[in-house]
Design a protein around this ligand. Structure first.
Ligand SMILES: C[S@@+](CC[C@H](N)C(=O)[O-])C[C@H]1O[C@@H](n2cnc3c(N)ncnc32)[C@H](O)[C@@H]1O
Length: 274
């Protein structure tokens, strides 16, 4: 398992170097003051995030969403296992003029956070492309629960596991489902075709390992870790272009204008009971 995670970390180090230069992440607009958060998480957390909310962001990549939450008033801690991502996040925090006391970034594997943090948080947040890197959702949910205050909120906005099964093939953009809905054994991929943020990126760390997790597995892991589920929402729109033929709307969401209304995004909100 360690070999899988270190291969994934090397891949993410490489992406963390490339991604700040991409239009997808548009660092320039962020530095000019725009949020990188989607309307979905801002609306579904509007009653929870405010001045003084202590927010822990799991798998924060190079920190744009974490820093956007800081601009909404939260005091944020972003965690990621990629040292390159964490270093870049700190640089961007300073460039954006956000105080170090309001936004800190910590390098750690999700499973080892208790080695580096010992406080608890009002809100644990994680989003878009995170669970597929984690082999064991039971251990992940225990980490979430461990870092929540009693009465605190957990929130996940994620690529729907059904959508994660799909890809398009052929000139007619047929949608196939070649990947498992839920897998215990790692799926291994060669990612020589670039990344979701830059289709033309030339990568050298190309071997990655992924685990898709079904909705039932996600919800059950959170319940087993002692959380009360508030809602599970599913949406036929995606935060990124996964399939040929998808079109981006003015709202920044990608849809299949002529395709079936398959679930593409999932959001889950849960509470740690008092
Ligand atoms: C798709 S990105 C999240 C992207 C984020 N939603 C954004 O757009 O900025 C996934 C992140 O998970 C991190 N990651 C993957 N496996 C991890 C692990 N075991 N522990 C900590 N971070 C991990 C990667 O380094 C990467 O930054």
């Amino acid at each position: 398992m360690d070999d899988y995670l270190s291969a994934n970390c090397a891949h993410w180090d490489e992406l963390a170097e490339l991604h700040p230069e991409t239009d997808f992440y548009d660092v320039e607009s962020f530095l000019a003051g725009e949020t990188t958060l989607m309307d979905l998480e801002r609306e579904e957390l509007a009653d929870v995030v405010g001045g003084g909310t202590d927010l822990l962001h799991l798998q924060c990549h190079f920190g744009l969403d974490t820093l956007s939450w800081a601009r909404e008033g939260a005091t944020v801690t972003g965690v990621d296992f990629s040292p390159v991502a964490i270093e870049t996040a700190r640089e961007l925090r300073d460039e954006a003029g956000i105080d170090e006391e309001r936004a800190r970034f910590v390098e750690s594997d999700v499973y080892d956070i208790s080695d580096v943090l010992d406080e608890t948080f009002d809100l644990v947040f994680t989003s878009y492309g995170v669970l597929v890197w984690l082999p064991d959702l039971g251990r992940w949910a225990e980490v979430v629960s461990r870092f929540l205050k009693l009465g605190g909120t957990f929130y996940l906005a994620e690529i729907h596991p059904t959508f994660a099964m799909s890809e398009t093939v052929g000139d007619d953009d047929w949608i196939q489902l070649p990947y498992a809905y839920s897998n215990d054994e790692a799926m291994s991929f060669e990612t020589d075709e670039g990344s979701y943020a830059d289709e033309d990126a030339e990568l050298s760390k190309t071997t990655i390992y992924e685990w898709n997790h079904g909705v039932g597995d996600i919800v059950t892991a959170l319940v087993d870790a002692g959380l009360d589920i508030e809602f599970v929402h599913e949406f036929p729109k995606s935060s990124y272009k996964r399939l040929d033929g998808m079109v981006e709307g003015d709202d920044g969401w990608w849809r299949l204008p002529d395709g079936p209304e398959i679930p593409m995004t999932l959001s889950v909100r849960a509470t740690k009971a008092e």
